[in-house]
Design a protein around this ligand. Structure first.
Ligand code: PBG
Ligand code: ZN
Length: 323
């Protein structure tokens, strides 16, 4: 008789035949850097997540460096916002300063920067707005300036998240022209217009002041279109492609894994994080178990890189299980 249970008899056997293993070296931890001083402000909608000013980053960065997590994804929160997102490409902007500080203090840490205008625009949209429309081609030069400025500050990977068409090739050309031929682009290729971003918009103060993001982010119903977006970003020169959010879109991660051979990142976004935290605080779920199950599912679907607010906890739990 076929007995699947034979290989489940004890822990050693289960370990032996385990198909998917998490590793802290494939996790990326997102960080919010606010302009100002002496800021460590809890994000109400994301328990355990804080905004830090650059002078307050040391504690968390040291923890990350010790955890075995190789890198961070930085979101800057400027004081000054305007229609042209000028703080986004100011060489002395909050994000540039944070990158310069981290690069100097933690030279081995991979610094990925989220490139998008929404944290820097007064209207909160990811592109230039005219007559209530979010303009594509007018946005590209600003994204290019932002990317070059951040590469110059020391960013290791440029991660455009705006969902404008043609931005990967525009940014690639701008980086190359300015001598950053070796700076990779991790493109948020299949980024869906998702309700799962709400806690993030509190954290990054980037909520659109009118309308929504549905004219640029993808319709959550469209799986085939996601693959076309990914294929196009690869054509345009992306080095890593991303699917976002992760858990409700694991079918996309899987299809992308089967179709494309370059590294795939999945972003376990704020709403996915906060739902777990809230249920855990209520005592309804076992946080560690759920987090490890979720991250394993993302990896099993085919992700090589997982961006997650759970990264520090997960790294700690992975260490414990080694002991
Ligand atoms: C900026 C950006 C967003 C996220 C990452 N980059 C928000 C958005 O598109 O509204 C979401 C991250 C998260 O929810 O954790 N465009
Ligand atoms: Zn944006």
């Amino acid at each position: 008789m076929k007995r699947f249970r034979r290989l489940r008899t004890n822990g050693q056997l289960r370990q032996l035949v385990r198909e998917t293993r998490l590793d802290c070296r494939e996790l990326i931890y997102p960080i919010f850097v606010a302009e100002g001083e002496k800021i460590k402000a809890p994000v109400d909608s994301m328990p355990g997540v804080f905004q830090y000013s650059t002078d307050m980053l040391e504690e968390i960065l040291t923890e990350i460096a010790r955890s075995g997590i190789p890198g961070i994804l930085i979101f800057g929160i400027p004081k000054h916002k305007d229609e042209q997102a000028s703080s986004a490409y100011d060489d002395n902007g909050v994000t540039q300063q944070a990158v310069r500080y981290i690069k100097a203090a933690y030279p081995d840490m991979l610094i990925i920067v989220d490139v998008c205008l929404c944290e820097y625009t007064s209207h909160g949209h990811c592109g230039v707005v005219r007559n209530g429309k979010i303009l594509n081609d007018e946005t590209l030069p600003l994204l290019c300036r932002m990317s070059v400025s951040l590469a110059q500050a020391g960013a290791d990977i440029i991660a455009p998240s705006d969902m404008m068409d043609g931005r990967v090739s525009a940014i690639r050309a701008a980086l190359d022209k300015n001598g950053y031929t070796d700076t990779p682009i991790m493109s948020y290729s299949a980024k869906f217009a998702s309700g799962y971003y709400s806690p993030f918009r509190d954290a990054a103060q980037s909520c659109p002041q009118f309308g929504n993001r549905k004219t640029y982010q993808m319709d959550c119903s469209n799986g085939r279109e996601a693959l076309r977006e990914i294929a196009d970003d690869i054509d345009e020169g992306a080095d890593i492609v991303m699917v976002k959010p992760a858990l409700a879109y694991l079918d996309i991660v899987r299809s992308a894994r089967e179709r494309f051979d370059l590294p795939i990142a999945a972003y376990n976004v704020s709403g996915e994080y906060s739902m777990v935290k809230a249920a855990a605080q209520m005592g309804w779920i076992d946080e560690k178990r759920i987090v490890m199950e979720n991250l394993t599912a993302i990896k099993r679907a085919g992700a090589d890189i997982i961006i997650t607010y759970h990264a520090l906890d997960a790294a700690k739990w992975l260490k414990e299980s080694e002991e």
